[in-house]
Ligand binder design. Structure first.
Ligand code: ACO
Length: 320
């Protein structure tokens, strides 16, 4: 068992809203197809700012909500698959923007499971190092990885960021984080391929590629396993959980798992109709939005569950 307290929470939505109708003007798709197959109606993209700025905006809001200054933070973790650069990390860029130093800072790449992985790592590092507070961020600018000639992938994703200030004291928390190799390459975005020494290399095709049907099958199994396993680990049942905050990929994935696990639909939160799939940002974005709307309240037991590229899947039960 671990410890985790959410001390503050915030999110940031980038400036540009893109509707399904707008997408249908640049590719062979329609609002009807996208809505029916995914549940997504709109997504937001950032026209100028890169991932670290989205992360910074969410981080500022979480610190403000916690009433804690950056100087009180001992650890910064950013979950992302769309960092601005190979190096420095987004977490280090946050330190630059906050004009602070002497804080442990690192990024985590576990795709759409990244924020849950990051909370697990934060909980462990806080305890192991005797640290007081961590700033944990999930931030993505997925729009820079999208191939707008690939209609089955480009319609799904959006940009955004969410952040929490956490401590590892009073409340019990449970984590379950798993991964396996992507044997059939069903979901990936290539990096710069190694060239021969003394030759310049350049990334040619780094767009996100996905075998939608294979990913769908994996996602349903992974989400079911993530929820089942964390309930078993915590010796809780679905009745003990106030809300489930699943990764926002496709409403059909969420509906199917809720149905097969007999989870009351009112317990399952979604906002993918507005934001699409924001990968590592999707869980903190939904958690923060639901908290700000007074849906999730202090003291609620919340089950977080993610799945994504890697392949990874992860869950947590935390008390708000
Ligand atoms: N508009 C119109 N038609 C489309 C579109 C589109 N945007 N995209 C695909 N189609 C067509 C296909 O070409 C195909 O046509 P065909 O029958 O003539 O060949 C038809 O629609 C059906 O295609 P499918 O791929 O079978 O459609 P499906 O119902 O599986 O939906 C989707 C596709 C939405 C991608 C679905 O498979 C899915 O959501 N998969 C999971 C994706 C996911 O969750 N990814 C994120 C993982 S998280 C992470 O880590 C990044």
């Amino acid at each position: 068992m671990s410890k985790l307290n959410i001390r503050g929470i915030g999110h940031y939505i980038p400036d540009t809203l893109i509707s399904n109708d707008e997408l249908s003007r640049i590719m062979d798709t329609s609002d009807e197809w996208i809505t029916k197959r995914t549940g997504i109606k709109t997504r937001y993209v950032s026209s100028n700012d890169d991932t670290s700025i989205l992360a910074f905006e969410a981080a500022k809001r979480a610190l403000e909500d916690a009433n804690i200054t950056i100087e009180e933070i001992d650890l910064v973790i950013c979950a992302t698959i769309t960092p601005d650069d190979f190096t420095p990390s987004v977490a280090c860029k946050l330190l630059k923007y906050f004009k602070t130093d002497k804080i442990m800072a690192l990024d985590i790449n576990a795709a759409c499971s990244g924020f849950v992985y990051a909370l697990n790592v934060a909980s462990s590092l806080l305890e192991a190092n005797g640290f007081k507070y961590a700033l944990v961020v999930g931030a993505e600018k997925l729009s820079k990885l999208l191939d707008y000639n690939d209609r089955s992938t480009a319609i799904l994703f959006g940009d955004g960021a969410g952040a929490c200030v956490v401590s590892a004291d009073e409340n019990n928390a449970y984590f379950y984080c798993k991964a396996k190799g992507d044997t059939n390459d069903v979901l990936y975005a290539s990096g710069v391929k190694g060239s021969k020494p003394l030759n310049n290399s350049c990334c040619e095709d780094y767009y996100l590629k996905m075998n939608g049907r294979e990913v769908y099958r994996f996602a349903v199994d992974a989400l079911d396993d993530a929820i089942t396993s964390i309930l078993n680990k915590s010796q809780m049942t679905i009745e003990d959980i106030d809300y489930i905050v699943p990764h926002q990929a496709n409403i059909r994935i969420i509906d199917q798992v809720a149905k097969q696990m007999n989870i009351p639909y009112e317990k399952v939160l979604t906002n993918l109709n507005k934001f699409g799939n924001t990968s590592a940002a999707s869980i903190p974005l939904l958690l923060s939005e639901a908290y700000n709307e007074n849906k999730i309240k202090k003291g609620d037991n919340v089950l977080l569950a993610g799945f994504g590229a890697g392949l990874t899947w992860a869950s947590a039960i935390i008390k708000m």
